[in-house]
Design a protein around this ligand. Structure first.
Ligand SMILES: Nc1ncnc2c1ncn2[C@@H]1O[C@H](COP(=O)(O)OP(=O)(O)OP(=O)(O)O)[C@@H](O)[C@H]1O
Ligand SMILES: [Mg+2]
Length: 447
């Protein structure tokens, strides 16, 4: 693991006090002890720093003009669970100390304090923070609030550190993963946690959805009269995403001749609007996604190698759900909660049989399939339990996942039929039920 989840050599502390002298004194004392120290003189400044910088511990004053230290504690607790907090309170104001602890501060020190008191409090709360960081629940709460992504498997932790990395620079990101693994979710997390781009637009573009003839006009825009039908100036996706991010989804589907045009823009960071001769600079962060193996496509001559190299700067591969066994139930419960709330009913529990069925299934449609399944189960029955009988038949036979992905549609369907027939132990009726085809078709296929 790397990034945020790595053990850092220097711990980072943010000191917040409207009194600059207090800030400087604390900073000096802590720097002597080899901590890295940032200072802020208001809650707003502190939040700015927290959104840019990884901080382990916040030391904040209680009374400050505009927003109080309590509000900062609340912010940290709502957004950044794993950070420790020390509150500085005025002498004798036991009430403020009590409310600080209530809001989630780990320690408080009353002013005036000695260097030793400060250092002791810092050491204790950093120790607490270390414990929190290794507490998977905390870690996952933190990731959930920041990225909107659920999951605490090792595989996902690797994904989180890559997201973290991608948020702090402008390098092109290539997200790969099977259908429904959460590629768009990750793209959004990167954009909306980016240190500067997050306040600018995030524009998703579905590459196969753009007709080849309109590709340049859609991406780069056109000027009035550029072609029949161009009745007015039109901004393309690149300009719409200016200063923000452009999400090129299903990039593998981009026709070969258009790949060269895209490559040129990525290299030059300049576009021609259709019907215009003047180049326009663009400042856009590119995130691309695909469920195909681009390496293979390059080898087969279907994807340009130079474009692939350009895109593949930060590669985030999202593992399929079957490789995140520990996350399946976590996600299932998350979706139960989500949809029960939406429908306005109390959330049902899973029976043990249901839990087993969820764990054993191979989830070819990944998280999306799981989400749809839970949604459907909630709509279809209003019992207070979800049992495996509520699940579709396909989940009742255990079909080991096979790398169908590199098979043609026809071969895949043959293989699938063979698997189902095998797994149902020659019970044709059962196989027919699962495959939803008639006996004649099945016999033909078996032949
Ligand atoms: N780890 C996760 N936590 C919570 N929700 C998730 C997670 N992963 C995926 N989802 C949900 O699953 C659905 C599918 O995710 P998404 O659209 O990002 O997948 P995708 O990889 O882009 O799929 P496709 O390849 O079909 O385009 C979405 O509703 C998304 O919110
Ligand atoms: Mg998608």
């Amino acid at each position: 693991m790397s990034g945020k989840y790595e053990q850092r050599d220097k711990e980072v502390i943010l000191v917040v006090d409207d009194n600059r002298i207090t800030c400087e004194v604390i900073q000096r004392n802590l720097e002597i002890e080899k901590f890295l120290v940032f200072t802020a003189h208001s809650v707003n400044d502190a939040i700015q720093i927290l959104s840019r910088q990884k901080i382990d511990l916040v030391i904040t004053d209680y009374k400050m003009p505009k927003h109080s230290g309590l509000e900062l504690i609340k912010y940290v607790r709502d957004h950044l669970q794993s950070i420790s907090i020390i509150m500085l309170t005025g002498y004798g104001s036991i009430n403020s100390a009590v409310s600080a602890i209530k809001e989630g501060a780990d320690e408080y020190i009353t002013k005036p304090f000695t260097d030793e008191e400060l250092l002791n409090a810092v050491k204790t709360s950093l120790q607490k923070q270390k414990e929190k960081k290794t507490d998977p629940e905390m870690l996952y709460n933190d990731v959930w609030t920041r990225f909107g992504i659920m999951g605490q498997s090792e595989n996902m932790l690797r994904v989180y550190s890559k997201i973290e990395k991608a948020c702090s620079n402008d390098a092109i990101v290539l997200i790969t993963g099977e259908n429904g693994t959460g590629k768009e979710l990750v793209a959004r997390a990167i954009h909306y946690n980016h240190k500067v781009r997050s306040i600018y637009p995030f524009i998703p573009v579905n590459c196969p959805g753009i007709p080849a003839s309109l590709f340049e006009s859609e991406l780069f825009g056109h000027v009035k009269g550029a072609f029949t039908g161009a009745v007015e100036h039109r901004k393309g996706f690149f300009q719409a995403a200016e200063k923000g991010g452009l999400f090129l989804d299903e990039i593998s589907e981009l026709p070969f001749e258009l790949q060269a045009k895209l490559l040129r823009v990525l290299q030059e960071k300049e576009i021609f609007r259709v019907g215009e001769t003047q180049l326009k600079k663009v400042d856009v962060r590119i995130i691309a996604a695909t469920n195909k193996n681009l390496d293979d496509l390059v080898e087969k001559g279907l994807f340009r190698q130079d474009l692939f190299f350009r895109l593949n700067v930060i590669n985030i591969n999202i593992p399929p759900l079957r490789d995140r066994e520990n996350d399946i139930i976590l996600l299932a419960k998350h979706f139960v909660l989500k949809y029960a709330k939406e429908i306005g009913r109390t959330e049902p529990n899973f029976t043990d049989r249901a839990i087993n069925a969820l764990k054993n299934y191979s989830w070819p449609g990944n998280v999306r399939e799981l989400e749809n399944l839970i949604h459907r189960s909630l709509i279809m029955n209003d019992k207070d339990i979800i049992d495996s009988v509520d699940f579709p038949d396909i989940m009742k036979v255990k079909i080991h996942y096979n790398p169908y992905l590199d098979l043609s549609l026809e071969d895949m369907s043959k293989k699938y039929i063979r698997d189902v027939v095998q797994q149902t132990g020659g019970n044709k009726a059962k196989a027919l039920e699962i495959l939803k085809i008639d006996r004649k078709t099945l016999l033909k296929k078996i032949k």
